[in-house]
Design a protein around this ligand. Structure first.
Ligand code: IPE
Ligand code: IPE
Ligand code: MG
Length: 253
């Protein structure tokens, strides 16, 4: 069982106004296939419905003045799914980016993509560049889509690039600090997530932001992603504001 309650009483909402909300929320959007199965529908129906939840979630993030929203959309490991499901997912992504680009731009959202982009077909890679380009000057919310993203792969890639720089004399071993290492990750300018939320009752990170999540508050909820609404988002923020973040320091200091 996941551990957050969905109680969003007036008292809770007051609490969130007093305490500091997360600047960066990252979400593992899980449970699309179980949602579809429960309804006797094909998996793609769950993914399609999940795309509607993405829109609701963006709205909720904006309403709460969240600056950074990162969505785990397709993992490096998701390529292991059947060719039909992979093809359905990439088609849905293509459709979403094509038809939502203008709306996202209109709403002042900057879109970023992280992951092994070159594993997608050329046309989709072009869509990624187009939406990043179109929205790059926006500053209301930075929406990062993690696509063909895997954290171990990201860390290995960073280590390879550091080794290259050392070999070429651009960097010394002593200069490789935590801060320098982080600069070699996919998006060094994006702050670490304050909160990572996973839907569908699974309590694991599944290779998502392993480096960046060192001090993130982890919140697991039972709701399946296609059922996720603005109220669920607000409830997760309520759970977050009740947590005490310590970063290794003694409580109360
Ligand atoms: C999440 O839904 C979407 C992706 C991983 C692409 P799933 O398809 O993993 O749904 P469940 O977890 O099997 O229900
Ligand atoms: C994680 O969900 C990836 C995304 C939500 C995009 P999975 O459904 O792929 O993760 P596991 O297999 O349950 O760990
Ligand atoms: Mg899943």
């Amino acid at each position: 069982m996941a551990c957050s309650s969905l109680d969003i009483s007036a008292e809770c909402l007051k609490l969130s106004q007093r305490k500091e909300l997360p600047k960066h929320v990252a979400i593992i959007m899980d449970g699309n296939s179980r949602w579809a199965k429960a309804k006797g529908m094909p998996r793609i129906a769950g993914h399609r419905e999940g795309a509607q939840s993405v829109k609701r979630c963006i709205k909720a993030a904006i309403h709460n003045n969240i600056e950074w929203l990162t969505l785990y959309t397709f993992s490096s490991e998701n390529w292991r799914r059947t060719p039909e499901e992979v093809s359905d997912l990439t088609s849905l992504l293509k459709y979403y980016l094509k038809y939502e680009a203008r709306q996202l731009h209109k709403e002042g959202i900057r879109v970023r993509i992280i992951g092994e982009i070159d594993r997608f077909d050329r046309k989709l890679q072009d869509e990624f560049s187009a939406i990043e380009q179109l929205t790059k000057k926006n500053n209301r919310l930075t929406l990062t889509l993690a696509l063909s993203y895997g954290s171990r792969g990201e860390i290995v890639r960073a280590a390879q690039r550091i080794a290259e720089d050392i070999q070429q004399g651009n960097l010394t071993i002593d200069q490789v600090t935590e801060n320098v290492f982080a600069k070699y990750l996919f998006a060094p300018d994006i702050p670490d997530p304050d909160m990572i939320l996973r839907t569908s009752g699974e309590c694991r990170l599944s290779n998502f932001l392993l480096w960046q999540s060192a001090y993130a508050e982890l919140i697991f909820v039972d709701t399946l992603w296609p059922d996720f609404t603005e109220n669920h988002f607000n409830a997760a923020l309520e759970t977050y504001v009740r947590r005490e973040r310590r970063f290794g320091a003694r409580p109360g200091l």
